[in-house]
Design a protein around this ligand. Sequence first.
Ligand code: PEP
Length: 252
Amino acid sequence: MRRPLIAGNWKMNTTADEAINLVNDMLTELIGFTGVDCVLCPPFISLQSLSKLLKGTSIGLGAQNMYYKEKGAFTGEVSALMLKDLCRFVILGHSERRQYFCETDAAVNQKIKAALEAGLVPIFCVGESFEQNETGRTDEILSMQIKSGLSGIGATDQIIIAYEPIWAIGTGKAATGAQAGLAIGFIRETLCSIWEKTRANSIRILYGGSVTGTNITEFVKQPQIDGALVGGASIKAAEFISIVRQTALVKS
Ligand code: PEP
C-alpha cells in the first residue's frame, strides 16, 4: 500500500511573515488528516522558521530546488547539505526550472543523486509540453525524462515522482483523471523496466497541474495516482485543506 501524499509547491510566493501566517492558518486542520502525508514547500527563506513551527508535527517540509555541489563558489545556490537539517524533501526538475533556468535532464540527474546521498527525498517532476502532447509524444518524453533523471540510481523508495504536464501547470486546464492515470501508469511501467518490480511499485507518483478542491477527487480516485503536487491552490489555506480532506476521504 502506498500512502497518499499531498505536497504544496508555494513557488516564489509568501514573504517570511506571510509563510508563518499561512502555516498557522492550516496547521490544526492538516494534522488531523492522519491517512494522508502532507508536505509544504515554501521559498528557501522560510525553511528555517517553518522547520521550527512544524517540529514534532506530522507535516513535512520541502525545498523547491537545490544545487548538486556540496559547497563552494556557486553564488546564489543552496546545497543538499544546507537543506538536510531544515527539511526532508526537495522538488527537483520542476518544469519552471527546466524552462526559465535551463535545467537539463542531466542536471536534474546530478541533483537527484546529491539529494539522495544527503538523505533528502526528491520530488522528481516530469511532464510533456502541449506540443509534445498534441503530437502523441507524451510516452516518449516521459520515458526519456525518467530514464535520464534516474540514470545511475539504484532502486530506492526514497523518491517521489510527480507527473506534471506543462500545459496543465498554472493554466487552469488540468488533465482529466483518465489522462493523468494513463500517463502515471506508463511512468510506473517505465520504473518497472529499470528497477526491480516490487521496489518500482512502492514509489509514490503524484499528479500536478491546476489541481483544486473542485477537481482533486477526479485524480485521487485513480488507483495509479497516489496524490498531488499542488501549486497555486497550495497557498490558499482553505483550498489546500479541502484538497487534503478529499484525498483522505477517497483513499481511506
Ligand atoms: C506546480 O507548480 O507544481 C503546479 C502544479 O502548479 P499549479 O497547481 O498552479 O498548476
